[in-house]
Design a protein around this ligand. Structure first.
Ligand code: DX5
Ligand code: ZN
Length: 215
């Protein structure tokens, strides 16, 4: 399977040279651009918000894959769509269970792809009934909040269960992905890989992206 979607995380880019670092991964063959939005509440870190996403949209030529690690994501769907998100992923743990379906519908109503993400401690069985409504399920293989953490192999096992339930959904994996851990996830059935530090800290970015696609 060569149709893997590589989504470099700009969290590991140089924010003072964001345009340069976006072009750099586009030239290397990246498919999407992964944008990590953190609010200092759902996760213990603050990154970027709506105005920065709008500025990124002006220079990026590939789809913006926006990963919302924020509380009350329902309040921010419209602003992020207007800023230019093409794929909008919220965290299952940030939403009351009875509101999950409505939130997925809301994202889709704007004509963008709807993604939902699960943290390492969330049991995959809890989310299986949402798969048919979602465009993408994002499996976190680190605790969300920071780049450069170590891949948690037990979390990646969830990919198998998700893929067995649904052949069509995009299964994305995020956290500690490199050529080796990416291959494990691909073998389990993932078809989208997020990588931040592996790509941006590589001396050869083109080769780093290629190595994730090659498997
Ligand atoms: C972590 C973010 C990731 C992060 C991945 O909370 O969601 O997207 O940038 O970074 P690496 O690839 O360095 O683990
Ligand atoms: Zn992310």
């Amino acid at each position: 399977m060569s149709d893997v979607i590589i989504s470099p995380s700009i969290l590991s880019a140089d924010f003072a040279n964001l345009e340069r670092d976006i072009k750099c991964v586009e030239d290397a063959g990246a498919d999407w651009l992964h944008v990590d939005v953190m609010d200092g509440h759902f996760v213990p870190n603050i990154t970027i918000g709506v105005p920065v996403v709008a500025s990124i949209k002006k220079v990026a030529t590939i789809p913006l894959d926006v990963h919302l690690m924020i509380s009350e994501p329902e309040k921010y769907i419209e602003p992020f769509v207007k800023a230019g998100a093409d794929i909008l992923t919220f965290h299952y743990e940030a939403v009351e269970k009875e509101n999950v379906f409505a939130l997925i519908d809301k994202i889709k109503s704007y004509g963008v792809k709807a993604g939902m993400s699960i943290k390492p401690k969330t049991d995959v069985k809890e989310i299986l009934n949402y798969l048919s409504q979602l465009d993408m399920l994002l499996v976190m293989t680190v605790e969300p909040g920071f780049g450069g953490q170590k891949f948690m192999p037990d979390c990646a096992e969830k990919i198998k269960t998700i893929r067995a339930m649904n052949k069509d959904i995009i299964v994305q994996v995020d956290g500690g992905i490199n050529a080796e851990t990416g291959k494990i996830c691909r073998d389990y059935g993932a078809n989208s890989l997020v990588a931040g530090s592996y790509i941006y800290r590589s001396p050869d970015i083109k080769e780093a992206v290629a190595s994730l696609k090659r498997q």
